[in-house]
Design a protein around this ligand. Structure first.
Ligand SMILES: NC(=O)c1ccc[n+]([C@@H]2O[C@H](COP(=O)([O-])OP(=O)(O)OC[C@H]3O[C@@H](n4cnc5c(N)ncnc54)[C@H](O)[C@@H]3O)[C@@H](O)[C@H]2O)c1
Length: 426
């Protein structure tokens, strides 16, 4: 058992803290947000993440997990300090590591000798070296340990990862970090810090590219009369390619892909390489949002101005409450710009406070659908697949559905009387 501090109690920090406590460590998790910490101390979880409430409760009950306000209070007795801080996209495309450097400044004189600081935030290549320079402590080691969890299944991903990447200059320090994860059955990829930082960007950029590839392929399928599901079944069963991340959709988004793509383009440019492939993927993703809007226009057969649209789904994917850079919101913004009136239903979003003013929030699917001229499915929540589409049709002003997640059965929808469009299916 080790004494561990986790700084940042967001999606990554809270998951890291709860899971490390679950596998036997003594964890103190810190955040600057006092409300968040008092909520957590009361056992309330500020984000929606499967299994997290149970693990936090378990940690609080057996006192393996504590929450404190401010980084300084978490580190005084820790052997390891995890940094799980936000690194939003800066104006020039680079990730902004201001929060990471602020915390280093806050704790640098207080961390006990021999502490290992482990960075989980996604940061520009070279940040570990920057932290080493900023902390000015010969007796403290800095290690990169990028996080690959997916929101919605974050706990499972943390406890059963495909791999654990550890970037350390000293193999002995790297082994001490690896030992923290002893009870997790996953290969350890021990590399240098710059390679660890690059692996994180490479992973997200590759996945975004795969999604944009299949979105383009779906457009081709529509044009040539092929079926995207048949095509991806054949494509994905090639083991060199794999079937995951081959589902077409309204475009990629979320808190990571857009900023990580921009950051890798910027890293490459700074290093003298123009990563035009990634630029093209970013552009293709932007066009995908427009394609969904165009599908709505085509199905309506007239302009969007003044039309009532039901948006089903707002979060960037199912099983999370995260709206950051959600493709659904991107599409909504473009529909609103063309004068459409928007009413959205999302099982996780009950108040309009986090939404642009021009999106009304409905409490149920039925409420959103009532009086609508067209519905768009923008997030793949299972309840949209399970919904009673035979009844919903009576609530609509006109039965039109753009299924931007391919979650409904095309044949059944057409048989029910809907004008129905999806992505590349026949
Ligand atoms: N969300 C994901 O799915 C995911 C997955 C892998 C990697 N990442 C990366 O992990 C990092 C964190 O992402 P996140 O989604 O958890 O962010 P988040 O915004 O959900 O959480 C960050 C937390 O840090 C806190 N914080 C900010 N400054 C602080 C300070 N000075 N002291 C203490 N706490 C402070 C914030 O209050 C917030 O609660 C980012 O670099 C992100 O790119 C995120």
């Amino acid at each position: 058992m080790s004494n561990v501090a986790v700084i940042g109690a967001g999606y990554v920090g809270l998951t890291t803290a709860a899971c490390l406590a679950h596998i036997g460590h003594n964890v103190t998790c810190a955040d600057i947000d006092e409300d968040r910490i008092s909520q957590l101390n009361n056992g309330e979880i500020p984000i929606h993440e499967a299994r997290l409430p149970e693990l936090v409760q378990e940690g609080l009950s057996n006192q393996a997990l504590k929450f404190v306000v401010g980084a300084q209070r978490s580190i005084t007795t820790s052997d390891f300090v995890f940094l799980c801080l936000p690194t939003p996209q800066g104006e020039d495309g680079r990730a902004d590591i201001g929060a990471v450097l602020d915390v280093i400044e806050e704790i640098r004189q207080l961390v006990p000798p021999q502490t290992i600081i482990i960075n989980k935030s996604t940061v520009p290549v070279g940040t570990i070296a920057l932290i080493e320079a900023a902390i000015q402590r010969e007796d403290v080691s800095i290690v990169s340990n990028p996080e690959f969890l997916r929101e919605g299944v974050a706990v499972t991903d943390f406890l059963q990862p495909d791999r654990i990447v550890i970037g350390a200059t000293s193999s002995e320090v790297g082994e001490r970090v690896a030992a923290l994860y002893d009870s997790i059955d996953a290969p350890i990829i021990a590399v240098d810090p710059a390679s660890a930082e690059t692996i994180k960007y490479a992973t997200n950029s590759f996945l975004a590219t795969k999604v944009s590839f299949v979105n383009g392929l779906a457009a081709v399928c529509e044009a040539v009369g092929a079926d995207i599901e048949s095509v991806t079944r054949g494509l994905g069963s090639d083991q060199r390619i794999g079937s995951r991340f081959l589902q077409p959709g309204p475009g990629w988004g979320g808190s990571c892909f857009p900023k990580d793509m921009q950051a890798l383009v910027r890293i490459a440019t700074d290093a003298g390489y123009e990563f035009d492939l990634l630029r093209a993927v970013i552009e293709a993703n932007d066009q995908q949002f427009d394609r969904i809007v165009h599908k709505a226009e085509l199905l309506l057969g007239e302009e969007l101005a003044g039309k009532n649209l039901a948006l089903l789904g707002l979060t960037f994917k199912a099983h999370t409450d995260d709206l950051r850079n959600s493709p659904a919101l991107e599409v909504a913004k473009r529909l609103a710009a063309k004068g459409a009136k928007l009413t959205a239903y999302d099982p996780m979003i009950t108040s309009p406070t986090e939404l642009p003013d021009d999106i009304g929030v409905a409490a149920t699917i039925e409420q959103a659908m009532t009086g609508s001229d067209l519905a768009l499915i923008l997030t793949e929540w299972p309840e949209f697949t399970r919904a009673n589409w035979a009844n919903l049709i009576d609530l609509m002003n006109a039965p039109r559905v753009v299924d931007a997640r391919n979650v409904l059965d095309r044949k059944s929808m057409v048989e029910l009387g809907y004008q129905y469009d999806d992505l590349g299916r026949i």
